[in-house]
Design a protein around this ligand. Structure first.
Ligand code: HEM
Ligand SMILES: [Cu+2]
Length: 843
């Protein structure tokens, strides 16, 4: 008994079901496409846009190679060259690799998991527009000659006001922060979807491997990106208002930037590699025609890799002069990373060896991935050895290594994945005719370009130089390298032509042309907007193995939720571990609001860029207002209790469930928030211990009134928000609304308290101590302001009839926020007043 209704159904009923589902899930054509939130559309947009940015990054790479092809080249001047390589790195890392992975995740995840959409479709749409606008700002800046030019890692003091007076650096900081917001929202969405929106029966150990990889990657983004966002905000504050975080003459330290950057930058490499490895783990068993070997070992090694990678950032800084013990630690940790990577590689090779491999087109690209990535891994181990690193640092050897890893570990798998999932998008199969020659041109061109760079690097050619003399002996290898680059470019052009032609002229195929075992192939190809007419019950890791006719049966409506209720978009929510049915998740429908919110966000960032701070504040209010407008229709105005989900089962709506996805989203957002705050605390400690010109000339005077008001305000807010969620008060509208008013008053009190302390603080432009203190207090104040929004929102929802003892989600979210805010506020007060005492007694 597999829980699925096996009785034959009349086909008419199935067709009527599809029509009904399409009517609620579909997106009409024309301008209405701007309102699309469906993951099929948003995912495809991400992928397509990322490919366009890859093309732009590739053109920039060709310009670099053209410049370096001959000695003393006059093709690009040094100013332009600096912009070009900075933008090449920035575009490839932020606008190609990360969004490409997000696109694949958003497109594939619901299908892999047996769901109808992502957990937060509007957030996905908002993230896409933020990515598009932020990326466009950067590219437009390049077109008008104002692009950032300080290298993709933007080292201070080169990028501080003194040495980069124009707005080029501001454009990087603002554009990248904009894109990172989109990345963090994608991470939250991916985690909530994987943990909550799986098909019934898919316990966490039955998840497809790709879902595991994406889950781990999304967690890494959640803790990896906040340090960079914080660093960018601090650097922008320094550049715009003269707060000296990175200026050693006033208590700052340029090395703080490097730490914050590489705290993000090293995990970033794994954030790029892991999703690609997940795709390899999905494609490879299909072509090996057997189940992957070592599922459990792979999961463990992916998690281990994630943890290890956060301890490694310092290996990018071996040459800046850090203690020997630290060097030894980070060096050995860096070589240790090879172990979990090797576990995966052996699992892949073992699977191939034990199976009956077929050399289909995607498999060819997977072989390219193997050969190139392994070489990159080996040079990586070389670079992790400190004395070698000192020799090779900032030479083209490093450039060669990083491209073997990035192109081998990401570009080849993505090309394979494109061919592999193309039939899913188009219902047609790719042919060997252009795809294979494209592959050989890319592989040969790539190796010619970058193998040679190891050599120029060892000959001492530094990276990031616009020209070199003929006497250096770097002439021939550079010409070879450039020729290789152009061969590779022709290969990519062929690939593009092939994919475009396939769209029109590929041979039509049925669903599951490769004979894969994962659920995404159970939809029709191309998939309908709701993926599955009814949702499967999953009993094993390869659902197709036992039920080859699964797709047809689901399409006939034999699974769960094979009907439309209340014109709502429904999918199932399960327990995160066991995969038991827990709730019916109702998803929001298409809306222009995500687009409008993203435009407002864009106006905010542009206003900051052009120092129109009043406009910026207005835009921020606009962002919050439009975000709030997403909510009014969500949830219900009356309690519904358990509703049927098909096959004799029932579940409650998510608005009445104990752990709806939104609750997970808030916790995840708070994890990212806490990481940013911890990075700020790390910054303060780091400066105090390491930076020149400490202790500060003037400490923050003890402010009894400010402190008392802050603590009291946040305590009132916390208690009142919490009380509002308790049964006794929640049950009566007037009581809970009174509690929410008190919560709001408490937040106002906290806000005023922070303002009182700030007004007594020393001038923040004179010393980094005062600057960090100011930022910490602003951080607490900002949380109070958002808390105020939460209590106001709760009040609004309560008055509109969305709150009842069974439907208390909005108030629970507010209470969690109030708790977090109180914790931040207490930490801030303890830090700004306690740290000076502590440091004085220990020094
Ligand atoms: C498609 C073929 C590619 C070629 C021919 C190429 C070429 C180059 C070259 C010659 C440099 C060194 C610039 C210099 O030091 O003056 C460079 C830097 C860089 N590349 Fe690529 N690249 C390619 C693809 C990629 C990809 C796919 C990525 C990432 C996903 C990437 C990321 C980077 C980064 C991060 C830098 C460092 C930029 C900096 O120092 O600020 N590249 N590339
Ligand atoms: Cu690293």
């Amino acid at each position: 008994m597999d829980g699925i209704d096996h009785r034959p159904r009349p086909p008419i009923a199935a067709i009527r079901l599809h029509k009904q589902l399409e009517a609620v899930w579909g997106t009409p054509p024309g301008w209405a496409r701007l309102s699309a939130v469906n993951h099929n559309i948003v995912g495809r947009r991400f992928i397509l846009t990322a490919f366009v940015f890859f093309g732009i990054g590739g053109v920039l790479a060709m310009l670099i190679r053209a410049q370096l092809a001959t000695p003393r080249s006059a093709f690009l001047g040094p100013e332009v060259y600096n912009q070009i390589f900075t933008m090449h790195g920035t575009v490839m890392m932020f606008l190609f690799a990360i969004p490409m992975f997000e696109g694949f995740a958003i497109y594939l995840l619901p299908k892999l998991l047996g769901a109808r959409d992502m957990a937060f479709p509007r957030l996905g749409a908002y993230g896409y527009w933020c990515y598009l606008f932020g990326g466009s700002i950067l590219v437009i800046a390049l077109a008008i000659g104002l692009a950032p030019d300080g290298g993709w890692f933007m080292y201070t003091p080169l990028t501080s006001k003194t040495y980069s007076p124009g707005i080029n650096a501001d454009i990087w900081l603002i554009g990248v922060t904009f894109v990172e917001i989109s990345a963090i929202s994608a991470a939250i969405e991916i985690i909530a979807t994987i943990l909550k929106l799986r098909a019934p029966g898919m316990s966490i150990d039955k998840m497809p491997l790709l879902a595991w990889y994406l889950l781990v990657t999304a967690f890494m983004m959640l803790v990896g990106f906040p340090p960079l966002i914080l660093g960018s905000v601090l650097l922008e504050l320094e550049r715009a208002f003269g707060l000296p975080f990175f200026d050693p003459t006033r208590g700052g330290d340029a090395l703080l930037w490097q730490h914050l950057f590489w705290l993000f930058g090293h995990p970033e490499v794994y954030i790029i590699f892991l999703p690609a490895a997940g795709m390899v783990s999905t494609m490879l068993p299909t072509f090996a025609r057997r189940e992957i070997i070592g599922y459990g070992w792979i999961v463990v090694s992916v998690v281990a890799l994630a943890f290890l990678s956060f301890g490694l950032w310092v290996h990018h800084m071996f040459t800046v002069g850090i203690p020997h013990l630290a060097l030894a630690f980070f060096s050995s940790a860096s070589t240790a990373v090879a172990v979990p990577t090797a576990v995966q590689i052996f699992a892949w090779l073992g699977t191939l060896a034990a199976g009956r491999p077929q050399l289909k087109l995607p498999m060819l690209y997977l072989l390219g991935f193997f050969s190139v990535f392994v070489i990159g891994g080996l040079t990586g181990v070389m670079l992790a050895i400190v004395p070698f690193n000192w020799q090779a640092h900032d030479t083209h050897f490093v450039v060669a290594h990083l491209h073997y890893v990035l192109v081998g570990g990401f570009v080849f798998p993505i090309l394979a994945a494109t061919y592999y999932w193309l039939p899913h998008l188009t219902g047609r199969v790719p042919r060997h005719s252009l795809g294979a020659p494209a592959f050989w041109l890319i592989l040969i061109g790539f190796n010619l370009t970058f193998l040679v760079m190891h050599w120029t690097g060892l000959l001492g050619m530094p990276r990031r130089i616009a020209s070199y003399g003929a006497e250096t002996g770097w002439e021939w290898p550079n010409l070879l390298s450039s020729i290789g680059g152009f061969i590779m470019a022709i290969g990519f052009a062929l690939f593009t032509v092939d994919v475009l032609m396939h769209w029109r002229h590929g041979k039509r195929c049925n669903r599951n042309p490769w004979g894969a075992g994962t659920l995404e192939w159970a939809t029709a190809t191309p998939p309908p907007s709701y993926n599955f007419a009814s949702l499967p019950l999953v009993a094993s890791r390869l659902p197709f193995a036992e039920q080859p006719d699964l797709g047809a049966r689901l399409a006939a409506g034999a699974g769960y939720l094979g009907f439309v209720r209340d014109q709502a978009l429904e999918t199932l929510g399960v327990d995160a571990i066991s995969g038991r049915i827990e709730q019916i998740v109702r998803l929001p429908n298409r809306s222009f609001l995500p687009f409008v919110s993203a435009v407002a966000t864009g106006v905010f960032f542009l206003a900051v860029l052009f120092k129109l701070y009043l406009v910026a504040v207005g835009a921020l209010v606009g962002v919050i207002a439009t975000l709030l407008l997403w909510a009014p229709s969500s949830g219900g105005r009356c309690d519904r209790g358990p509703l049927p989900v098909g096959n004799g089962k029932t579940a409650v709506l998510h608005s009445e469930a104990a752990s709806p996805p939104a609750l997970w989203a808030l916790w995840l957002a708070l994890a990212a928030d806490a990481t940013a705050f911890a990075s700020l605390g790390f910054g303060l400690l780091f400066l105090w211990v390491v930076a020149p010109n400490w202790p500060p000339p003037e400490l923050l005077p003890w402010s009894p009134w400010g402190t008392a008001l802050t603590i009291a305000g946040f305590a009132v807010a916390l208690v009142a928000s919490y009380l509002a969620t308790t049964r006794r008060i929640l049950a009566r509208a007037n009581r809970r609304e009174a509690a929410l008013v008190f919560a709001g008053l408490g937040q106002i009190g906290g806000l005023v308290g922070c303002a009182v302390i700030i007004s007594a603080a020393p001038d923040p432009t004179r010393h980094a101590y005062a600057a960090v203190t100011l930022v910490m207090l602003l951080y607490a104040g900002l949380h109070a302001a958002v808390g105020l929004v939460f209590s106001g929102f709760g009040l609004w929802r309560s008055r509109a009839g969305f709150i009842s003892p069974a439907r208390s989600l909005d108030l629970r979210l507010g209470a969690i926020w109030a708790g977090f805010t109180a914790a931040i506020a207490v930490t801030v007060v303890l830090t700004v007043f306690g740290l000076p005492l502590l440091m004085r007694t220990t020094s």
